[in-house]
Ligand binder design. Structure first.
Ligand SMILES: NC(=O)c1ccc[n+]([C@@H]2O[C@H](COP(=O)([O-])OP(=O)(O)OC[C@H]3O[C@@H](n4cnc5c(N)ncnc54)[C@H](OP(=O)(O)O)[C@@H]3O)[C@@H](O)[C@H]2O)c1
Length: 258
């Protein structure tokens, strides 16, 4: 799909991967609709200069269902071409140490919100016979790491939702792209070390958010269904999928339950 003048919604665009995506899409001339809970005026001006168009700002705390439903109602009337469900949060602890609130929130932020926003934009996309839903999942959708119980469950759910939806959308002109995201150097990546690190030597491979955003743009332009990691992470993903016992053995060797 070409990106010039396309209306693109991005959640979690204040920093990290979402910000890099907003930047890369602005450079490609997309009309951005950003979903954030707070705003940095200088960053918006920077994007407007790059894209040559006004940035639509949708203020929403995605952990608050009332606000999410209000956002959905507003987006229903917008001519959206691409929805990028990017916002997400991490829980990195043994399951018994996660609070009930953290558990509810990790599913809401990484899964429920994406389903609700997708449901809101789909009718118009189906009517215009074109559109793309991009879901930012994770290698955790395949790789079973300790301390990632709820995060991996939510991301596996998001991947499953993307794949079921893609089947439902066959022949409609609307499609999906699943980002099976590897380590990207962001605040979330740094948080993995502090949260999982007490128990588990997590893999330390990463690429920059800008490099990843360029890969996402290429995948959108080529109408890909998946963006998979490369190099060592790709090998790890393959082992996790096709030799799960071997994968578990390696992971258990790096895990200490304190
Ligand atoms: N980085 C990695 O290694 C990695 C690997 C696999 C998958 N991913 C996935 O990629 C996506 C982006 O991750 P990232 O590394 O860029 O994370 P990040 O640096 O932590 O950024 C998270 C983004 O989500 C927003 N967000 C968090 N809570 C929110 C809320 N309640 N309401 C609205 N927005 C909220 C943040 O906004 P605020 O500035 O307002 O907090 C921020 O823009 C996530 O879905 C993550 O699971 C990342």
């Amino acid at each position: 799909m070409e990106l010039k003048n396309k209306n693109v919604v991005i959640t979690g665009s204040s920093r990290g991967i979402g910000w890099a995506l907003a930047h890369a899409l602005a450079k490609n001339g997309a009309q951005l609709h950003l979903v954030q809970r707070s705003w940095d005026k200088a960053k918006i001006l920077e994007l407007e200069k790059l894209s040559g168009s006004e940035i639509k700002q949708w203020t929403c705390d995605l952990s608050q269902l009332v606000q999410v439903k209000e956002l959905c109602a507003n987006l229903k009337s917008q001519p959206i071409d691409i929805l990028i469900n990017n916002a997400g949060i991490l829980t990195g602890e043994l399951l018994e140490n996660q609070t009930d609130e953290e558990i509810e929130n990790v599913f809401q932020m990484n899964l429920t919100v994406s389903a609700l926003l997708t449901k809101a934009v789909l009718p118009k996309m189906l009517k215009q016979k074109s559109g793309l839903i991009v879901n930012n999942t994770s290698v955790s959708a395949y790789m079973r790491f300790p301390c990632a119980t709820t995060y991996a469950a939510a991301k596996s759910g998001l991947l499953a939702m993307t794949e079921c939806l893609d089947t439902e959308l066959t022949g409609t002109g609307v499609s999906t792209l699943a980002l099976v995201t590897p380590g990207i150097k962001t605040d979330m990546f740094d948080a993995i070390k502090t949260s999982y690190g007490k128990y588990f030597e997590a893999p330390d491979d990463y690429i920059s958010a800008d490099e990843y955003a360029d890969q996402v743009i290429e995948a959108i332009k080529k109408n890909e269904k998946y963006l998979l990691p490369s190099g060592q992470t790709r090998l790890g993903l393959w082992i996790a999928q096709y030799a799960p016992s071997l994968f578990k053995k390696v992971v258990v060797g790096r895990f200490v339950r304190k």
